[in-house]
Design a protein around this ligand. Structure first.
Ligand code: CUK
Ligand code: CUA
Ligand code: CA
Length: 667
């Protein structure tokens, strides 16, 4: 039996009569259909559609997934299907990457107010790693050794952050596997993750703004990293103009990706939400939902239009070079407001392109032709013709299309075949639409929409494989849904979020939901890179850090007037020094190399009393400094289960008291 429009209509009728009966019918239908087509179709496009030579044609379970999805929508998402239905579970199993095999893609997901990044493998959706960024994290010792602790302290000393937008560095418009940049929406910071080591290696503190929201590289070659100031504040924010919101300001900030130095800022009208870069080293784009410059929801939603700001980066750099700026908190700020004299020239520094209404995401098509801004409070996506910006008299004329995609459009991703995928927060769907058709159609037309798929529920971003680069691979789409409601076993009042994997590689069959993955609050955005784009190191290269490598037999203790500098090493199953004696009150630095050359043999140095937690991957050296202000015996042990004698891997820190302890021994 084939699952057709008729059978779906039949199912609709049945649902209105007896919901559960219909769902069972659909389940049965799709199951039978799946089985019969598996028998019948054995040859077509096997290699293309098979993930892992599992011997099953993927169309079969795509249809099964479709049926289960249809059933879910018929029930109004009330959870009658619980975990998604047997067919969906079966479909999902066919996308499993078998034990011991590797995924095709890395997906870097932001962790929201957990302040971290999660690394998934796609299509398995297995969580491969977490990368701590803006807060201390004990498993990897982030914020515990001197270097990472100083990095966090120098970037403002905040204890947590809110990561939203992981953006990979690009060379020539393609991911180069070098760095990942990510914003802190809570505090004014942008961090850099070194993708050789999957480790946060620099954090820039950005003055003159509260929090950085959207972030993007300036592509194609990531010459700058750009961050959006979302919350308007007085500049400088030193107590002036508290009651005068008209004098609150937002800035767009440029950071040098190598030095992580804040290079310049651009003052704008309104505020700045999300950001993306054009592909040819000219414009970057940011949405503004608060053109009204309101301070509450009513104020920020008063007008029907807000705007997208196009930043002409070379023109801004000229202005900086010509000294056309004011310096506040050591940063040159170029006036990019609409009335700025810099905008009277032939080439304005900023162009304000009106779009409806409280727009949210903006993303540039892989060919670099269009910047698409989602309306949020308008059911449309505004398609900006980037080349036209220089040609039109009125910026609004640069709008080349405006498809009506559905309710609550937030973010748009691309498959590289001329199609766009926009999340619909309110409809709980992803809409697929044709970009050129959107340009040809009347503004507001629904015609460019090709299909919609239900997701569960209320997606923020969706992200397609390599969508942010010039070469999307067009096979996988992640929908990062804010609510999971009834999709998983209950875990108390805090529910996991739901990251759903959708196959988008077959335009004929349409989008296929294949996997639900619960996630901890809360992924906002992701970047998905083919594994060939990255080349992570197995073990550390000692040339990549500044600390001396301490080899076997090179342990050393130097004492100088209350300072004790200890150099030692770790190897299965011991430290280079079996005990270390210091005086109460000494300032102690522990400098340790993990001299293992075998991959995956990590050690750590843990001294709980002194809050020491030094984590060491193979060939890695780190140091930590502390004051030995409590006398006594303190076991120093290894936190990684590194060998059969891991528990025996320990030494003693002996802190000699300043004053002899009093009283007899009680035992
Ligand atoms: S924002 Cu979170 S769902 Cu930071 Cu990209 Cu839209
Ligand atoms: Cu080293 Cu456990
Ligand atoms: Ca608005």
């Amino acid at each position: 039996m084939v699952f057709t429009a008729e059978s779906q209509n039949a199912a609709v009728n049945l649902v209105s009569a007896v919901e559960t009966a219909a769902i069972n019918l659909i389940r049965t239908m799709s199951h039978e259909q799946s089985k019969s087509e598996t028998d019948a179709e054995t040859d077509s496009n096997e290699d293309r559609f098979f993930l892992r030579d599992l011997g099953v044609e993927r169309r079969d379970f795509m249809k099964a997934g479709m049926a289960a999805g249809a059933a879910t929508s018929l029930t109004g998402c009330t959870g009658l299907l619980g975990g998604g239905g047997d067919e969906q579970r079966a479909a999902s199993a066919d996308y499993e990457v078998p034990p011991g095999e590797h995924d095709d893609y890395y997906a870097f997901l932001s962790g929201g107010h957990s302040g971290e990044i999660r690394v998934y493998g796609l299509p398995s959706m297995r969580q491969l790693m977490r990368i701590p960024v803006f807060g201390r994290e004990s498993a990897r010792g982030h914020g515990y050794d001197d270097k990472s602790r100083e990095m966090l302290e120098e970037a403002g000393g905040y204890t947590w952050g809110d990561t939203h937008h992981p953006r990979l560095s690009q060379t020539g418009g393609e991911f180069d596997g070098r760095w990942l940049f990510i914003n802190d929406k809570a505090n004014p910071r942008i961090a850099r993750v070194n993708l050789k080591y999957f480790q946060t290696d620099a954090i820039a503190h950005v003055p003159n703004t509260q929090g950085i929201h959207g972030v993007t590289g300036w592509y194609p070659d990531t010459e700058l990293v750009l961050g959006n100031g979302e919350f308007r504040v007085p500049i400088p924010n030193d107590g002036r103009n508290l009651e005068d919101p008209d004098k609150y300001r937002s800035v767009y900030t440029a950071i040098d990706p190598e030095s992580m130095n804040v290079e310049w800022q651009v003052l704008v009208d309104g505020n700045l939400d999300n950001s993306d870069s054009g592909k040819n080293g000219r414009y970057t784009f940011s949405t503004c939902y608060n053109s009204e410059e309101g301070v509450d929801e009513q104020g920020m939603t008063a007008d029907d239009r807000d705007w997208v700001v196009a930043f002409d980066i070379p023109r801004i750099q000229d202005a900086v070079e010509n000294g056309e700026y004011e310096v506040v908190n050591d940063v040159p700020i170029v006036d990019g407001r609409q009335g700025s004299s810099l905008n009277e020239a032939d080439r304005p520094v900023t162009t304000y392109i009106p779009v409806p209404k409280n727009p949210h995401g903006v993303s540039v098509t892989p060919d670099g032709k269009y910047a698409c801004a989602s309306g949020k409070l308008s059911p449309t996506v505004s398609v900006i013709d980037i080349e036209a910006i220089d040609e039109v008299d009125d910026p609004e004329e640069a709008i080349a299309g405006r498809p009506n995609v559905g309710t609550g459009p937030l973010h748009t991703a691309y498959d590289g075949r001329g199609q766009a995928y926009t999340t619909l927060f309110i409809d709980s769907q992803v809409a697929k639409w044709d970009i050129e058709q959107a340009v040809e159609a009347e503004l507001g037309s629904e015609d460019p929409v090709i299909e919609k798929i239900d997701v569960h529920y209320s997606p923020g971003h969706c992200q397609a494989a390599q969508s942010y680069s010039t070469d999307p691979t067009g096979d996988w789409l992640l929908a990062l849904n804010k609510f999971s409601q009834d999709r998983f076993l209950p875990t108390g009042p805090y529910h996991p979020e739901n990251d759903q994997l959708i196959y988008i590689g077959d335009d004929e069959e349409g989008m296929q939901l294949v996997k639900d993955t619960p996630s901890y609050a809360e992924p906002h955005d992701a970047t998905i890179a083919h594994r060939d784009r990255l080349d992570p190191a197995d073990i550390w290269d000692p040339d990549d850090y500044e600390l001396d490598y301490i080899d076997s037999g090179e342990s050393n203790i130097e004492r100088d007037d209350g300072r004790v500098y200890i150099e030692t090493y770790a190897i299965r199953n011991q430290y280079g020094l079996s005990d270390i004696t210091v005086q109460e009150g000494d300032e102690v630095t522990l400098h340790v190399t993990n001299i293992e050359t075998a991959k995956d043999i990590s050690h750590s140095v843990v001294i709980p009393e002194y809050d020491i937690n030094l984590s060491l991957a193979p060939q890695e050296t780190r140091k930590v400094t502390f004051t030995a202000d409590n006398p006594g015996v303190f076991w120093m042990y290894c936190g990684y289960f590194c060998s059969a004698l891991h528990l025996e891997m320990r030494s003693r820190l002996l802190v000699e008291p300043e004053d002899e302890p009093e009283g007899p021994d009680p035992f």
